[in-house]
Ligand binder design. Structure first.
Ligand code: NAP
Length: 480
């Protein structure tokens, strides 16, 4: 993307403008530690202006024919795909993931607009006769109103589009607060949506240094009726409390701690291929990242050795350099937390088959790491690692694997590899998670309901459910 095309101001009511305070903040390339751009930092005044713009635009947008909204979404998909290469370079620059993965993210992110352009015309209701025969029950789904969206840095495009597309399909307007580490992609996505015909005020973007100031200002606006958050469980809990003040409709996509179970009858090569995707996609910085490997004893050694070989073969370096497969982690804190978790696991008896030592020098790199001899109560299995580290625990059988897999407060996704489909389905049913990859290392699909149970969240994104999350159900009692 040419420098003069880079969007670095706030996007409010269809206009690009600096923050009212004039404040800005720097975005850093995690591979070089150099400044990529300086971005306007929204404060309370800007946040209120964004909420007001979204409120003013909402009735008109909701009143448009569903087909018309769908066509705008379809054009948005086309334009994002036309700009895929430029957008992907921005993701690599501000987030660190390698370019091929960034292109994959844009394809996935854009697909939410195609999927919800098709869903926009399918917001169906229900008409039934009351069991007592006294009246008819007419059920409608209406747009909830203005939605406030808060997104993390790990998928700067997809976490935004997974919310914006269903919200717009349902007839909502939005205010988006992207992560401070990665605001540039969200601003570039907003630019594309504007050009695709999204009317002024329907999408507003307010990055800023103080997430809590922006959030408080937006949530107090009387027309804001929905809070959709993707990020850590810790922040999610605070936001649920905050939303309670106005009894807002809330969706939460929170942290994960995914178990990856390999049973003795699994196709080991397929399990390694799946493990490499589930663990290593986006440097291991995904909520769906395999965080704990539970491998049945007869295949544990072979699986560990093969996984270490596959990890060793990944070239590490800047994401824009062709051939690299593992980029830097997003910042120094993330890299240091990964290093601490690995160091304490090793101190407690784990053995690094590969990796385990940060390379030093410029950039927030951490090598692909496989840990064996990990005790089932090691703290590394209870925390989201958010890095390229695979701790492996040997288990006696499927029952032990399920018991350990469920022994966490999280419940986003689980993975199971087995050659016996019936056994795999039994295990999948027993796992306490919102999603299961059965002989699959990736579950994300715009057409499928994505989301977690327990402290991994509530609500679903994608699928038909994704649009319903931006509606309220209305019941009309009538008769004729
Ligand atoms: P985070 O620290 O919770 O931040 C997420 C977003 O919340 C950012 O925009 C952040 O702004 C904002 N925020 C932070 N404190 C806030 C507050 N007090 N009030 C309002 N907003 C606040 O999470 P992260 O480190 O960016 O992302 C990693 C986490 O997201 C992991 O736990 C991961 O599992 C989870 N995640 C979940 C899913 C899912 O679908 N379940 C998907 C992706 C990621 P700043 O950037 O300004 O701090």
């Amino acid at each position: 993307m040419a420098d003069d095309a880079l969007r670095t101001n706030l996007f409010i009511g269809g206009r690009w403008r600096p923050a009212d305070s004039g404040e800005r903040f720097d975005v850093i390339d995690p591979g070089t530690e150099q400044v990529v751009a300086s971005v306007a930092s929204a404060g309370a005044i800007d946040a209120r202006a964004a909420a007001a713009a979204a409120a003013a635009a909402q009735p008109g947008w909701a009143a448009k024919a569903p087909r018309e909204r769908g066509e705008v979404l379809r054009r948005s998909w086309e334009l994002l795909m036309e700009r895929a290469e430029d957008l992907a370079r921005l993701i690599t620059l501000e987030n660190g993931k390698v370019l091929a993965e960034a292109i994959g993210e844009i394809t996935y992110a854009a697909e939410f607009f195609r999927w919800f352009s098709e869903e926009a015309v399918r917001l169906t209701g229900e008409l039934t006769k009351a069991p007592g025969g006294a009246n008819r029950i007419l059920v409608l789904h209406q747009a909830v109103g203005v939605a406030y969206l808060v997104t993390p840095w790990n998928f700067p495009a997809a976490m935004a589009t997974r919310k914006i597309a269903p919200a717009l399909a349902a007839g909502c307007t939005v205010v988006l607060k992207p992560a401070t580490l990665t605001p540039l992609t969200a601003l570039a996505v907003a630019d594309a949506l504007h050009e695709a015909g999204v009317p002024d005020g329907v999408v507003n973007v307010v990055p800023g240094k103080s997430a809590s100031t922006i959030t408080a200002a937006v949530l107090e606006h009387e027309r804001v009726r929905k809070l959709s958050f993707t990020g850590s469980t810790e922040v999610g809990k605070k936001l649920i409390e905050q939303a309670a003040g106005r009894v807002l409709n809330v969706s939460m996509e929170l942290g994960g701690n995914a178990p990856f179970i390999v049973l003795a009858d699994a196709d080991l090569d397929a399990a390694i291929e799946g493990a490499m995707i589930a663990k290593m996609r986006h440097n291991g910085e995904t909520c769906t990242a395999a965080n704990r490997f539970y491998v049945e004893a007869p295949v544990a050694e072979a699986f560990s050795a093969k996984l270490a070989d596959a990890m060793r073969a990944l070239p590490i370096g800047h994401g824009l350099t062709e051939g690299n497969r593992l980029g830097p982690l997003v910042d120094a804190d993330t890299r240091d937390k990964v290093a601490e978790l690995v160091d304490s696991a090793v101190a407690a008896g784990a053995k690094a088959l590969v990796g385990g030592e940060p390379p030093g020098g410029t950039g927030f790199y951490y090598p692909a790491t496989v840990l064996t001899n990990v005790a089932a109560d090691n703290p590394i299995l209870q925390e989201e690692i958010f890095g390229p580290v695979a701790p492996i625990v040997t288990v006696a059988d499927a029952e032990e694997a399920v018991r350990l897999a469920n022994s966490t407060t999280m419940g986003l996704v689980s993975y199971v590899y087995t050659g016996d489909l019936a056994k795999g389905l039994r295990v999948a049913e027993a796992l306490e998670s919102g999603m299961v990859g059965l002989n699959k290392g990736i579950v994300s699909d715009p057409a499928a309901p994505f989301g977690g149970v327990k402290e991994s969240g509530m609500g679903r994104e994608g699928g038909h459910e994704g649009m319903l999350d931006y509606t309220e159900t209305k019941y009309i009692a009538t008769d004729w």
